[in-house]
Design a protein around this ligand. Structure first.
Ligand code: FDA
Length: 389
């Protein structure tokens, strides 16, 4: 076989590993992906009627405080000065998110100072009187008080999980950010922006290397294609970024995921909602949010009479649904520990990325984790011949 490394999955984790091994160690890398395009969930494409860039697997906003990751991604793309802000439409009124002094004053029809708002929320959050929260509702109330919890969190969470929050575990949330200023920047990171010529151009540049070959529509578990698990494992080192439970034939049970359904529409108006993301936290609206993609790139010359919106619906993944967010029940966590043990003893195979580790990873985290895997495991293998494990 004409490869020093096989990378399964062309998402940001797999692309980073492949690019680094080709560039730093002069190795030949084959990347395979079962999809018909590169880039995993960060992939985007232009909607054909309007030319507006649509993020196919949900809105992707790049942000990081990791200097190494920022320098690395800037080798492949420049970023716009886009700053992410989110609003939420509750009871026919629009509020800024995450909950900040503007949200609090609008909600309580008040003009509280930061200290007054802090005292109010502290008082409302004291409802539990120091009792350990027994479920998601109690945890939410203990963090931000009942009025804000009921308005902005309760039904939104019920829609995300399709489950009554009373039946959800308290440990789904450890904190609910409340800012006692009018700052409604969504992310706190040092760097933020969107790739100037789109995600796919960025992702393709990462794979554009003499020593990297990409094979699309190639499933690692399809025994009819040459680069399948049985042929490769044990013969060529593998970095596997697909689902860890699938790799082991679900022997320790299926790990639970939530998925999203997207409903895309081209509308004959220049601007539908005046902002990129509007959340819908009320029970009578079935979707969780609407994205309007033109607002991610105000600098682009998009049509003035058409726009693209995408409604997002959330539910538990079944069968062939795309796995998006780990559910992480106690049974999932037990299963994951057993898979991790099996992964450790799988010779010549490293597991990484969000599917390979059953962890929600932002893009900068996936890239950072891939760089660490290269430094800690693959460098020693390719420079001094250390075994991969
Ligand atoms: P990723 O899932 O991207 O890639 C895995 C690849 O493996 C896929 O291409 C898949 O086809 C392939 N594969 C799986 N099984 C295979 C098999 N058997 N054979 C061959 N190939 C196989 N992050 C952020 O920083 N800002 C944001 O705004 C968002 N927004 C966001 C929205 C939504 C809805 C989700 C689900 C995620 C985000 N993210 C995000 C996270 C971001 O998508 C994530 O960091 C990257 O996808 C991680 O890249 P990976 O390479 O780990 O996985």
């Amino acid at each position: 076989m004409d490869a020093d490394l096989v990378v399964v999955g062309s998402g940001l984790f797999g692309l980073t590993v492949a690019q680094q091994c080709a560039e730093r160690f002069g190795r030949r890398v084959v990347i395979i992906d079962r999809r018909s395009h590169i880039g995993g969930n960060a992939y985007s494409e232009n909607e054909p009627e309007t030319g507006i860039e649509v993020h196919r697997y949900g809105a992707h906003l790049f942000h990081t405080s990791n200097q190494r990751v920022w320098d690395y991604v800037n080798e492949f793309t420049k970023f716009t000065s886009y700053v992410h802000r989110v609003y939420t439409s509750h009871n026919g009124e629009v509020f800024p998110m995450p909950i900040n002094l503007g949200t609090i004053n609008q909600f309580f029809r008040a003009a509280y100072t930061p200290d007054e708002a802090r005292a109010l929320i502290r008082e409302q959050a004291a409802e539990l009187d120091g009792k350990e929260p027994a479920n998601f509702v109690e945890k939410g109330v203990s963090l931000i008080g009942r009025p804000l919890y009921e308005a902005f969190i309760a039904h939104y969470t019920a829609k995300q999980w399709q489950t009554d929050p009373e039946k959800l575990s308290a440990d789904i949330i450890s904190r609910l950010p409340v800012r006692y200023t009018y700052d409604n920047r969504y992310f706190n990171d040092t760097y933020e922006g969107l790739p100037v010529d789109g995600y796919t151009a960025w992702l393709e540049r990462m794979a554009d290397h003499d020593r990297i070959e990409v094979k699309l529509e190639t499933d690692f578990f399809d025994s009819s294609q040459p680069l399948n698990k049985d042929n490769v494992v044990g013969n060529v080192p593998v970095v596997f970024t697909g689902p860890v439970d699938r790799y082991f034939d679900y022997s320790e049970g299926r790990l639970g995921w939530r998925t999203l359904d997207f409903e895309e529409q081209v509308l004959p108006v220049g601007d539908f909602q005046g902002t990129p993301v509007m959340n819908y936290p009320d029970a009578d609206v079935p979707y969780t949010r609407i994205h309007e993609f033109r607002h991610f790139h105000p600098e682009r010359d998009y049509p003035k009479d058409k726009t693209v919106i995408m409604r997002e619906f959330s539910r538990f993944a079944e069968g062939e649904d795309e796995p998006y967010y780990p559910v992480n029940t106690p049974a999932d966590r037990d299963g994951l520990l057993r898979y991790r043990d099996r992964a450790k003893s799988e010779k010549g195979v490293l597991f990484g990325g969000r599917l390979g580790t059953y962890k929600y990873l932002d893009m900068h985290m996936a890239i950072g984790a891939a760089l660490s895997m290269v430094d800690n495991k693959l460098e020693q293998h390719f420079t001094v011949g250390a075994a991969i494990q």
